[in-house]
Design a protein around this ligand. Structure first.
Ligand code: GAP
Length: 461
């Protein structure tokens, strides 16, 4: 476990991510663009591994799920029907002294309370000060106003109200508007779900904490349709499936917590929400959500589009609007949880080392192959031959002959490679197999060349 203080840990993690090619600040050479991050080769490998695990658990291993990849740009009426045009906003305040802007609900001492008319309203306390210049909140912060977080754009050459579109703030609506297409083309019986992984965009007032709150991110969402009487059972099923998925990622489950979101704090469409929170280095924060969206979305889209989205149950001769359970995962938050949870410092052989204790399923490389020395052609030739054989069976394998062996081990530890295979003189002179080093213990064992691929596969699967 890391012995660093938590803010230091985030700094070390961000620096490791940049140095080793996981994640870079977006538009880096131009001074960056707040709330955007670019994934490099190792970051995209982790991201793809998480997507694969998600798709396997929630789509491929089931027979009631339909995959989707809907367009990001949608007809503006989609967002009127969904409630996002009217209500997808955060409270924004400006400091009259320093002119900086903040999300009001995230300032210290701000709470939600009922006003004189019995409506929910934000209240400041003595603790509430401008986070930038420290001015007293009640004197210097403006009245909060609703700031819509959707990025607006225009589609086509004419820029008027009719050409307005938005970068989607959730992938969910791409599935609701295709409900009828799935019904008509796939003829599913209830219950069934639609699943999609894709980009979402939110013009967050205060992006922060690395990948945690960003303006462009990916979601992995499911809209699962049920008979209204069955929502509770399905909600419970997805509750345990969500935890099983976090365990697939190798997350320490003692850091995952459930929060029953109380009345008045849920999204407008939800009758019940559980947030799955994670102990990030900067505090316990939402990692994913599970919501009972009732028939809110299908009802709204039926009304706004004038298209009948009801379902006819032949067996019971009953027509109704299905209700929806929505497990919604933020992919970037999952990447951050995996990285932060795996960041480890210990001492090995009398030296301090930093390594990522990633589970093989999410690690960018499962195996690294080295020749013991880089200037011995016979070692390199044999190492390349063994590497080729491994790569055929384990594609996420890498070859490394840079620097000395100690540096290579440290580099592979830092990027979380669980096993390193070294070809030495005993391999070529005595046919004594290779050494396989375990990342976490640093222990090495000799494994015969013939058994090597099967041995590695048994370790990583
Ligand atoms: N369709 C439901 C929905 O979008 P949400 O709670 O607003 O619900 C779902 O978002 C998940 O998306 C969150 O649990 C989080 O993992 C991720 N997410 C939301 N906003 C984000 C942001 N600004 N940056 C990174 N991830 C975000």
């Amino acid at each position: 476990m890391s012995n660093q203080t938590k803010p230091d840990l985030m700094e070390s993690l961000i620096s490791l991510c940049k140095r080793r090619g996981f994640i870079f600040q977006g538009s880096d050479i131009y001074g960056g663009l707040a709330g955007t991050w670019d994934y490099g080769p190792l970051g995209v490998a982790i991201k793809n591994n998480i997507k694969k695990l998600w798709w396997k658990r929630f789509v491929d291993d089931r027979d009631d799920m339909f995959g989707m990849d809907a367009a990001i740009l949608m007809n503006q009426n989609v967002w009127r029907a969904s409630g996002h045009v009217a209500g997808f906003s955060d409270p924004l305040v400006e400091c009259k002294k320093c002119k900086n802007r903040f999300r009001f609900d995230q300032l210290p001492g701000v709470t939600m309370a009922k006003n004189a008319e019995g409506k929910n309203s934000w209240q400041m306390s003595k603790e509430t000060v401008c986070p930038s210049c420290g001015s007293e909140g009640s004197k210097f912060l403006s009245e909060p106003r609703d700031f819509n977080m959707m990025f607006q754009t225009h589609v086509g050459a004419v820029q008027d109200d009719s050409s307005i579109s938005y970068l989607r703030p959730e992938t969910a609506q791409g599935m609701f508007v295709n409900f009828k297409n799935i019904m008509d083309s796939q003829h599913p019986k209830l219950p069934f779900g639609m699943a999609q992984i894709g980009k979402a965009f939110r013009n967050e007032i205060a992006p922060r904490d690395f990948l945690f709150r960003v303006r462009e991110f990916e979601q992995m969402e499911i809209e699962y349709f049920v008979h209204p009487k069955e929502w509770e059972k399905v909600f419970e099923d997805f509750r345990s499936e969500t935890k099983a998925f976090f365990s697939d990622l190798g997350l320490g489950m003692s850091k995952v917590h459930e929060l029953e979101v109380p009345d008045g704090e849920r999204a407008h469409y939800s009758k019940r929400t559980i947030d799955f929170e994670f102990d990030f280095p900067f505090g316990r924060k939402e990692l994913s959500g599970l919501a009972y969206r009732t028939d809110f979305d299908l009802k709204q889209h039926s009304e706004f589009s004038k298209v009948d989205l009801s379902y006819y149950d032949e067996a019971n001769k009953e027509r109704f609007l299905p209700h929806c359970i929505e497990p919604s995962f933020g992919l970037d938050r999952a990447v951050l949880a995996v990285l932060a949870d795996s960041y480890t410092e210990d001492s090995l052989g009398g030296e301090t080392r930093v390594y990522l204790k990633l589970s093989p399923a999410v690690a960018p490389f499962k195996v690294a192959v080295f020749p013991l020395l880089r200037n011995k052609p016979e070692l390199i030739k044999k190492a390349e031959e063994i590497f080729k054989a491994i790569k055929k069976e384990i594609p996420a394998a890498t070859f490394d002959d840079n620097g000395n062996i100690g540096k290579r081990y440290r580099r592979q530890d830092e990027i979380g490679t669980p096993y390193c295979v070294t070809i030495d003189f005993d391999t070529i002179e005595k046919g004594a197999g290779v050494t396989v080093r375990d990342r976490d213990s640093g222990k090495q064992e000799r494994v015969g060349e013939k058994e090597l691929v099967a041995y590695l596969k048994s370790k990583i699967n």
